[in-house]
Design a protein around this ligand. Structure first.
Ligand SMILES: [Zn+2]
Length: 279
């Protein structure tokens, strides 16, 4: 991948219709570079629809990713819930591949009071089964668990990086807003840089050359994430983050999940471009 692209989590508000195709067209009109398709309420797109999405994205030169349904918990107590979670990830990966998306992201699990190591082992086992199935299907989409915003949710930077080193074809969805909300920290240049350095050390330079990043403003309290905010209404130091992304020559997709979607995506892109020009 040649550069760092900016886009929205879901169809921009200013698109003609809420459809994925209108979204891609609007992303191109706005001069943004990518979009994450939100299957968060379920994968309702069929194969024919996905082929049209792929054609539109190719024609407009827009890169895609997809967000799997929210209803996933690979550390559930009930085997049927595990199976349903695995199926939702597989279904997302299958449709995403037809869309021409490079990555899918998802919320992996809840600890449900388990020791983190126990949850880790469950998540690892069930993810491995998913990855093996996708390998059999020759599906090349990157599977990326998200860094999560609440201490009750599985998904610290360390946990996801450990999984990435143990499992093939697994990547990280580096959600900087969640990381900040979860810890109350990670909101300065030094801290952002330390995460990038950690990713480079654990996964190699390639990981920084094909990153998948989520950014937004965020409200948080003792239990972590409360809700997403627009960047200017939050304490999130996005300029410092962009500076770190620039200094580490990070490439890939930056998906903006602020409520105002394209406004903040454009703010991130223009700020980043200004940083590039000024040094
Ligand atoms: Zn998410």
């Amino acid at each position: 991948m040649a550069e760092l692209l900016f886009g929205t989590g879901g169809t921009p508000h200013s698109a003609k219709t809420p459809s994925t195709i209108s979204g891609i067209e609007r992303i191109a009109e706005l001069g943004l570079g990518c979009m994450e398709i939100e299957f968060v309420q379920g994968v309702k797109m069929g194969e024919a629809g996905a082929r049209l999405v792929a054609e539109t994205a190719a024609k407009e030169g827009i890169k895609l990713s997809a967000h799997a349904p929210y209803f996933i918990n690979l550390n559930a107590r009930e085997p049927e819930k595990i199976k349903a979670s695995q199926d939702r990830i597989l279904q997302t990966a299958r449709i995403a591949a037809i869309c021409g998306a490079e990555s899918i992201v998802f919320h992996t699990a809840f600890y449900l009071g388990d020791p983190p190591e126990k949850a880790y082992n469950a998540v690892k086992q069930y993810l491995e089964e998913i990855l093996n199935q996708l390998k059999r299907e020759n599906n090349r989409v990157w599977i990326r668990p998200e860094i999560m915003g609440k201490p009750s949710e599985f998904g610290t930077v360390e946990e996801i990086l450990n999984l990435c080193t143990e499992l093939e074809r697994l990547g990280i969805c580096m959600d900087f807003a969640h990381c900040h909300a979860r810890t109350g920290r990670f909101n300065s240049y030094q801290e952002f840089a330390s995460i990038l350095l950690q990713i480079k050390e654990r996964l190699g330079r390639d990981a920084l050359d094909s990153m998948h990043i989520h950014v937004s403003g965020i409200a948080y309290g003792k239990k972590g994430e409360i809700k997403h905010l627009n960047l200017e209404e939050s304490d999130f130091q996005y300029i410092e983050l962009l500076r770190a992304l620039k200094d580490y020559s990070v490439k890939g997709l930056v998906i903006c999940e602020s409520p105002n979607l394209e406004e903040d995506a454009l703010l991130l892109q223009s700020t980043y471009n200004t940083l590039l020009k000024t040094d």
